[in-house]
Design a protein around this ligand. Sequence first.
Ligand code: 2AM
Ligand code: CA
Ligand code: CA
Ligand code: CA
Length: 265
Amino acid sequence: MIDKLETLSDTLQRAARAAGDILREGYHAAGTIEFDRKGASDFVSHYDRAAEQAIIDTIRLAHPEVGFLGEESGITPAGDSDLRVVIDPLDGTNNFLHKVPHFSVSIALERGEELLMGVVYQPLLDEMLWAVHGRGAFLGDQRLRLPPARPLNEMLVGTCLPYHGKGECQLSCRQLAHIMPQVSGIRSPGSAALEVAYVALGRFDAFWSQGAKLEWWDIAAGIIIAREAGCKVTDLSGNSTPREWHSLLVAHPDRHGPLAECLTH
Ligand code: 2AM
Ligand code: CA
Ligand code: CA
Ligand code: CA
């Protein structure tokens, strides 16, 4: 299985680069990007769909046995395996459509309820974040190790906020009211996968989400990257293996407890 994991990890990264090429081209194309609506303000463009297809084609060619859960194409059952690839081909579509340079490609591999690997790729910076279960998290070929925890009042904390048509605004506002006075800054840049992975990089000191009601494809890859870098990752009840991730808190193990208490106040 060890060799197979290495091959799969290479394939996932190749697939993320293929999607990234498409997104980079779309981002730099002249004019506005056309889009359709999947919900009140849940937008999808040609580039979301083309990136997802490129990911599926790349992985299927090398590993025809795996199944898929993709944001844009839904469920494709596995062939002769219990492996499933979870895809968000463009995390941060709203930023992409506004030409805000903060979006990513997110791909995870799971077996049943076990996350085996994850890739979060930021095409505009050519930053490849990846992790394999039990083998660590990496930025390119550089191993990620969580820096020492900062005091609460120096922490920069990422989150995802509800938007028109989805989520619980009141809950998010209550949580913000509790956490804002305690930390040095809150950021909600708009790509959940990147925000989670940023904790692994030490760019953010923590990430939480509850009111935004994130989907599995938003966070699966980020979760394994953060865990493998040494972060504590649970839902807001403290469960590290919930069946459904309705809430999420990612932080240095020394800061996870106080933040959880603050957010569930
Ligand atoms: P998406 O771009 O893949 O849809 C947090 O912003 C998360 O919510 C993102 O990961 C984003 O994933 C999702 N999201 C969906 N619609 C959104 C919107 N209108 N504004 C902000 N985020 C949105
Ligand atoms: Ca979307
Ligand atoms: Ca997403
Ligand atoms: Ca998406």
